[in-house]
Design a protein around this ligand. Structure first.
Ligand SMILES: [Zn+2]
Length: 142
């Protein structure tokens, strides 16, 4: 067994120097090219800034469009399961999913006095029942 002399090793100055060096080396958020000059710079130039912001905006717009489409689709599914002649209907989770219903999207909730919550997609709502059944309703969301 070799015995090394006891020695206090202090890594801190090295670590801090490395961190500072990494901080210095900033790259453009769009093209990843190394940035020179001001430390608060995020882009090479106005072109990269504009392109980055446009991309961000279109990602946001796509997300909004996808959520809106899903909500409209959910509404259509509930509508298709509720005959005009009736005020309520029942459907299974499988049936709803099969028709393209996405449970994560709803427009609002309606909480009744006895503590149950109806999930609404526009004017159509549903109430989770037992054993993966759902009660589908129209209107009366308060
Ligand atoms: Zn760039």
């Amino acid at each position: 067994m070799t015995h090394y002399p006891k020695q206090e090793i202090n890594y801190e100055p090295y670590t801090i120097r490395t961190m500072l060096k990494q901080k210095e080396k900033k790259t453009c958020l769009l093209c990843d090219k190394e940035l020179k000059g001001r430390s608060d710079k995020k882009f090479c130039d106005d072109y990269c800034r504009a392109a980055y912001n446009n991309e961000l905006k279109s990602v946001c717009n796509n997300h909004i469009r996808n959520v809106n489409n899903a909500l409209v689709k959910n509404r259509r599914v509930l509508e298709s399961l509720l005959p005009e002649s009736r005020s309520t209907a029942k459907a299974t989770r499988e049936k709803l999913i099969e028709k393209g219903f996405q449970f994560k999207y709803h427009t609002h909730l309606y909480n009744t006095k006895n503590g149950t919550s109806y999930f609404y997609c526009y004017e159509y709502g549903y109430l989770p029942l037992e054993n993966n059944w759902f009660l589908i309703v129209k209107g009366r969301e308060g």
